[in-house]
Write a protein that binds this ligand. Structure first.
Ligand code: ZN
Ligand code: ZN
Ligand code: ZN
Ligand code: ZN
Length: 159
């Protein structure tokens, strides 16, 4: 027997009020106020311990991974890492390309939106363009097949 109307809403791991989402790093349920990394454990301690390693791998500037909520269902996550090589990159000089991915996660009857900032360091941004070229090549290949098919169809129709 499944009771469809029973979906206990998780409570915030820090304060116990109704949670607004899960931390993508430690996977704890948290309210809006405790969603930022420095507002809950174990992320706050881990952040403080690793502050020294959180530096742009190119220039060494300190970087600060961040996450925050704008609404009970909308959360923003910026881990300050290159999405290609998973190293920290600074915002000012070495984020060559940046885009936002939106992930929708269901949580019982509710769903939450996570806006993930995807950064690329200069090296990975170049590789990304290369990937784009391969993509363009495939697309061109597809177009050639379509044209060839049309030519064959036309020949049959005319013949
Ligand atoms: Zn809380
Ligand atoms: Zn966390
Ligand atoms: Zn840098
Ligand atoms: Zn990279």
């Amino acid at each position: 027997m499944v009771q469809a109307d029973v979906y206990p809403i998780p409570s915030c791991a820090e304060c116990g009020i109704q949670s607004a989402g899960k931390c993508p790093t430690c996977h704890r349920s948290l309210c809006i106020d405790h969603f930022p990394l420095e507002a809950h454990q174990p992320c706050a301690t881990r952040g403080a311990q690793h502050a020294e390693q959180m530096r742009c791998y190119i220039c060494g500037d300190p970087v600060k991974p961040q996450q925050w909520s704008t609404a009970i269902f909308a959360h923003y996550v910026d881990n300050h890492m290159c999405a290609g090589c998973h190293r920290y990159v600074c915002n000012d000089k070495h984020t060559a390309f940046q885009q936002e991915d939106v992930a929708i996660r269901r949580d019982g009857l509710r769903s939450h939106r996570y806006h993930l900032t995807k950064r690329f360091c200069p090296t990975c941004a170049r590789l990304r363009i290369f990937g784009g070229l391969i993509g363009a090549g495939l697309w061109l290949g597809g177009a050639v097949i379509v044209v060839a098919t049309l030519v064959i169809v036309a020949q049959i129709a005319l013949g």
